[in-house]
Structures are given as C-alpha cells and as structure tokens.
Design a protein around this ligand. Structure first.
Ligand code: GDP
Length: 298
C-alpha cells in the first residue's frame, strides 16, 4: 500500500490536492462545484467522457443522500471511482499451466513488466516460465533473459528473427513438461500496422488454443501512463486487434497523469490487472481498485 501511495505522489499532488482546494472554497454543493470538479478531472487525464460520467453519478449520489456539504464530496467521489474501476482485477491462474500473452508497443515497459510479474508470481509460490516471442531484436531476448534470472525462472527462446508462434509453441510444451504454473510470453512491439499485428496475434492465439485448449488465458496490454490519454487511444487500437483480458499501466511513479487509470475500465471495459510504480523488481503491484483509490485520496 505504501508503495502504491508513494508511486501516486505526483498524481495525488495535482489531482486530489486540486479537489481539496476547490472543495474548501465552496460552502454548498452547486452547479459551479460540479463544473469545476469536471474540469479538474479532465486536467488530470481522466478524459472528457469519464469525467462526465463521474460528475453525472455524483449528481445522482448527492441527490440521493440529500447532502449539501462540500466536505462530503470527497467521500462520494471515492465510492464512485472505486465502483467504476472494480471487477476482474485478478489474473485467471486457474489451470496449470495458465498462459499469459503480453502485448504493447516498444518502450512502454513490457519486458520490465514481465520480469516483475514473474517475480510477483514466484512470491506467490508459482513456477513461472517465460517465452521470448519478441524475436525482432536480439536485445529483447537478452533483456528478458536477464529478468528471468532475476526473477528465478526459466526462459524459452529461439534465435533473433525466428517465428514468434514457434517460440510460443515451444514455451507451452516446455511449460507443460516442466510443470510450470504460469507461462508468460513476450511479443514484439514493433509491428508495421494493425493488419500485421492482427495476423501475428491471431497466429499466436491459434497456437495457444491448439496446444493448451483448456487453459486459463490472459492477453495483457501494457500501457505507459506518462502518455496519458494517448495510452487510452493506443489501447483502443489494440483492443480492436486482439481480445484483451487485462491492462497493465506502467510508470505511474513518474507522472501526474495517473487519472488515466480511472478511465481505462470505463472506456475500454477491460480491467486493470497490475500497475507499475518504479523500475525495481518489486515495483509492480497487483491492482485492487479499492486500495488504489484509498492510496490516491489518502
Ligand atoms: P519495452 O520496450 O516495452 O520492453 O520496455 P522496457 O521494459 O525495456 O522498459 C522501458 C523503460 O521503462 C526502462 O527504462 C524501464 O526501467 C522503464 N520502466 C518500466 N516500467 C516502469 C515503471 O513502472 N516505472 C518507471 N519509473 N519506469 C519503468
């Protein structure tokens, strides 16, 4: 909790401190308060759509409770935002092995996230195997290898330039043979266009479906929170190309734009599974909506 709280310092300072200052300047809840609130939310990268939704629900809640006291708005906001983000946060790890495919463009923190996720799952007593299916760059394979070592898990890899679907095939086969609980596959972030991405992911999905038909499967998209609303646009593109089951938002520690986390579930209908709050191995936190809101508003 302390880590999440520290990681959210910049966002809290800009978003929540603005709320508090604003609420202090009002003596009653009126239309002007809602308008100022909506503006602060938009400024904090919550996005126009989600900011509107939050204010709409707040109006209803204020009416229901009959409150006229601005100091009660913060509590109501916390409830509303929690409700919006809740649901589906847990990874599906119900089979052995479970397969996690990790996608996202270069630089968002994909490799780092896989390494940290492997370490987090290891702490939960899971045996993890990594598949280096980003075969575009030798450096990506090397980097994943370093993380595998750090996290204490095995990695399956082929040579640079080989077929990613073949790496996924071998990873699943090895995962089954070695009794892995979770197989996490990296994928290339450098894809020429949406068609190419769709074809590539479809091919990988077919391999997973064929080799692990009854397995629990996750397709996680990694997004860089420092890019704010652009991250959301990127997510919409990926959602069209792949059947996303979850989102990981990285680099929350380096940004005041953490409001984007609030928009993800509302706008995409895809739950957040993890948040990244630093570069170190234990800086990836399983996402729990209630804890996140508590840490943000604390
Ligand atoms: P990839 O190209 O998507 O695989 O990205 P990398 O995993 O190589 O990460 C790119 C950079 O982002 C690296 O310098 C990471 O240390 C950094 N990074 C990743 N996640 C986080 C995070 O949660 N917080 C911070 N501050 N940096 C991060």
């Amino acid at each position: 909790f302390q880590k999440i709280k520290e990681g959210l310092t910049k966002t809290r300072n800009s978003m929540v401190k603005s709320f508090e200052g604003m609420l202090n300047s009002f003596t009653k809840i009126d239309e002007e308060l809602f308008e100022e609130l909506e503006e602060i939310l938009i400024m904090s990268d919550v996005g126009v759509h989600t900011a509107g939704k939050i204010c709409e629900r707040l109006r209803v809640r204020v009416k229901e409770t009959g409150t006229t006291d601005p100091s009660e708005v913060k509590g109501l906001l916390k409830e509303i935002i929690t409700e919006m983000m809740e649901g589906g946060e847990e990874l599906d790890l119900s089979t052995k092995p479970s397969i996690i495919l990790v996608i996202g463009v270069n630089g968002v923190g994909k490799t780092t996230t896989i390494g940290k996720m492997a370490a987090e799952l290891r702490r939960r007593g899971k045996k993890v195997l990594l598949g280096a299916a980003d075969t575009f760059r030798a450096a990506a394979i090397d980097q994943l290898g370093i993380w595998a070592e750090r996290a204490g898990c095995e990695m399956v890899h082929h040579a640079e330039g080989s077929d990613p679907a073949a790496v996924v095939f071998d990873s699943i086969t090895a995962g089954k043979a070695r009794g892995a609980d979770v197989v996490i596959c990296d994928t290339a972030g450098r894809l020429h266009n949406k068609k190419h991405l769709m074809d590539e992911l479809a091919k990988i999905s077919r391999v997973i479906e064929r080799e692990a038909p009854g397995s629990a499967k996750e397709v996680l998209l990694v997004l860089d929170a420092t890019t704010g609303q652009n991250a959301l646009n990127q997510a919409k593109q990926f959602k069209e190309a792949a059947g996303l089951t979850g989102i990981v938002l990285t680099k929350l520690d380096g940004t005041a734009r953490g409001g984007v986390v609030i928009a993800v579930k509302e706008e995409l209908g895809v739950p957040i599974k993890y948040i990244g709050v630093g570069e170190k191995i234990d800086d990836l936190q399983p996402f729990v909506a209630r804890d996140f809101v508590e840490a943000l508003f604390d």
